[in-house]
Ligand binder design. Structure first.
Ligand SMILES: O=C(O)[C@H](O)[C@@H](O)[C@H](O)[C@H](O)COP(=O)(O)O
Length: 266
């Protein structure tokens, strides 16, 4: 059984005994948001990250979700992408296509991957332009307090260094306020060239889920969620703070083991 809690302004916490349990609940969560969004807006605009997130979403390809989810209404984006060819082993598009998108009846024209034949800067500019067009037609909703896109769901992983998307600690992209999509050419985790949503876009989403598993992330989870001391670093994951939307953390027990425990109930 999952432990759950609410941590002041750090959102809801869900902690699972096993990856299987986490995967079941994550599939349920995504399917429910898809249903609610299709009912309200007629579409579901979802942005994916790379990493283990995609395999943890695997239950969406199985019964009942493969039949009950309204896949034709999904519009798929990437929160961040490595600037490599789409068929390259490092491509987040390839990861999601092989692990999820090819297994369910998504409409191919609703899949918004980056242009992999231009520079990181051009790819980021083009991706932002594409999103701007989709905001105009309200395929992607718009924030009512800024002009930012309001994705129905943004799914993030987190690295042991506390990075989310391709927003790494101490990099200047963390301060980006104007661009929706930006680029880096010096990622500390290879490959170096990436495009990434900026924090204002992530924080404008209706729903953000951060999915984190494994002991190597335990300290970063603590620093991202618990009250900080004056000498603690400000991790990118801590800067994920939805302005009006809902923030949920899906954690397994090893990732949650350094969290202050007082806020949990069964
Ligand atoms: O572009 C990347 O390098 C990855 O997509 C990365 O941002 C990932 O989401 C986190 O590092 C968590 O990855 P794991 O869940 O695999 O640990």
């Amino acid at each position: 059984m999952a432990l759950s809690g609410v941590h002041e302004d750090r959102g809801k916490l869900r902690i699972y005994e096993s990856l299987d349990e986490l995967g079941t609940d994550l599939a349920d969560y995504v399917a429910e948001l898809s249903e609610a969004s299709v009912k309200e807006r007629g579409v579901f605009a979802i942005a994916l990250s790379g990493g283990t997130l995609i395999s943890l979403m695997g239950k969406l390809c199985e019964a009942p979700y493969n039949k009950t989810v309204d896949w034709a209404k999904w519009y798929i984006f990437w929160v961040d992408e490595r600037v490599v060819a789409k068929n390259h082993a490092d491509s987040n598009y390839k990861l999601a296509k092989d692990g999820l998108l090819s297994k369910v009846p998504i409409v191919p024209s609703h899949v918004y991957s980056i242009n992999d034949s231009v520079s990181a800067e051009e790819a980021a500019n083009e991706y932002e332009f594409v999103i701007r067009q989709l905001v105009k037609t309200r395929t992607v909703s718009v924030s009512d307090i800024s002009d930012c896109p309001k994705f129905d769901l943004i799914l993030l992983g987190m690295g042991p260094d506390g990075h989310v998307a391709s927003l790494f600690p101490d990099q200047s992209v963390l301060d980006e306020k104007d661009e929706w999509v930006t680029f880096i050419t010096n990622s500390p985790k290879p490959p170096p060239e990436r495009i990434t949503f900026t924090l204002p876009v992530i924080n404008s989403a209706s729903n953000v889920a951060v999915v984190v598993t494994g002991e190597s992330k335990a300290e970063a989870v603590h620093l991202a969620i618990d009250s900080l001391g004056p000498d603690d670093p400000l991790l990118p994951a801590r800067m994920v703070q939805t302005t009006k939307g809902k923030l949920v953390w899906f954690l397994d027990k090893p990732a949650a083991e350094q969290l202050d425990g007082s806020q949990f109930s069964k």
